[in-house]
Design a protein around this ligand. Structure first.
Ligand code: SAM
Length: 278
């Protein structure tokens, strides 16, 4: 995190009272934190995280490939695409190379709004997701199932009449009804102008299908939030009204890899793509 003079993330809890933290059941942000080598996780998260790794050790690689995808997409957006505003929904626990750090390294005055529904993320994001002036970061405790509350909160920091990059990395799988997931994403896209971008990273059963299906069963029998993995066709549906940015839908490491991008020769059961609103 930055240790230079900074402006704190203006965290808000949409419900008005501190949300309860349940440590007895595995939560996505904390299991993900465990796989990424973080310390903000509990026994239930580590137990399910280990059970999944025993069945499919590749999940650590998936989490790392996702974070590298985040870095490449945010750098592209802040650089080539000229985006200055970012709405990162499903932020996760702060780790290395968070969205504001990557964006503000390219554009120092980039404005970032983080959104997550995990109360542990709320506590850590308020402390750690801090922006170096002249940039701005904000944090909203809210749920993807309530896009209007996300948009109301985001509008306090972002100018929604100007292009915004909406990033949904490793979150849409927790909206298990695909039509409902399309509707939620489209509601967000309706609220932003032409030139805005959408980025999604999403696990799939199209790659290593048998193992991925087994993992999904494990997750859904133990975790607080059920998930679904989607096919390429279902994933591509999120971008129906957008222009896909080259190279289109790929597995994560294949999306504009840099020379140091890892796992380009491995089977990664996660799709990634970016679309531009015409
Ligand atoms: C797998 S983590 C991904 C974190 C980060 N985006 C990344 O790619 O490293 C998924 C995050 O989405 C959050 N999340 C899951 N369902 C959500 C929902 N319905 N609304 C808001 N956040 C949600 C979880 O709390 C978690 O922090």
């Amino acid at each position: 995190m930055n240790d230079t003079p900074d402006t704190p993330a203006r965290g808000r809890n949409g419900t008005g009272s501190p949300p309860a933290i349940d440590t007895t059941i595995a939560h996505p942000a904390r299991v993900w934190d465990y796989w990424l080598g973080g310390k903000d996780n509990y026994l239930a998260d580590r137990e399910l995280g280990d059970q999944i790794l025993q069945a499919m050790p590749d999940w650590v690689m998936f989490a790392q490939a996702d974070r590298e995808f985040l870095g490449r997409t945010i750098r592209y957006l802040a650089g080539e695409a000229g985006i200055r505003q970012f709405l990162d929904i499903g932020t996760g626990l702060p780790t290395a190379n968070n969205t504001h750090e990557v964006a503000q390294a390219v554009v120092p005055d980039a404005r970032i709004v983080y959104v997550d529904n995990d109360p542990v993320v709320l506590v850590h994001a308020q402390a750690l997701l801090r922006s170096t002036a002249p940039g701005v970061t904000d944090y909203i405790h809210a749920d993807l199932n309530d896009p209007d509350s996300i948009l109301r909160g985001a509008a306090e920091t972002l100018d929604l009449t100007r292009p915004v990059a909406i990033t949904l990395l490793g979150i849409v799988e927790f909206i298990t009804d695909t039509e409902e997931a399309y509707a939620l994403v489209n509601r967000l896209l309706d609220a932003v102008p032409s030139g805005s971008h959408l980025v999604i990273a999403h696990p799939t059963t199209d790659v290593q299908g048998e193992a991925m299906t087994k993992i999904l069963r494990m997750w859904n029998s133990s975790a607080a939030t059920p998930a679904t993995f989607r096919t390429r066709q279902e994933f591509t549906g999120f971008f129906e009204r957008l222009e896909l940015v080259e190279p289109g839908v790929t597995t994560l490491p294949q999306w504009r890899p840099d020379t140091d991008t890892r796992y380009t020769d491995r089977e990664i059961g996660f799709f990634g793509a970016m679309g531009r609103k015409p």
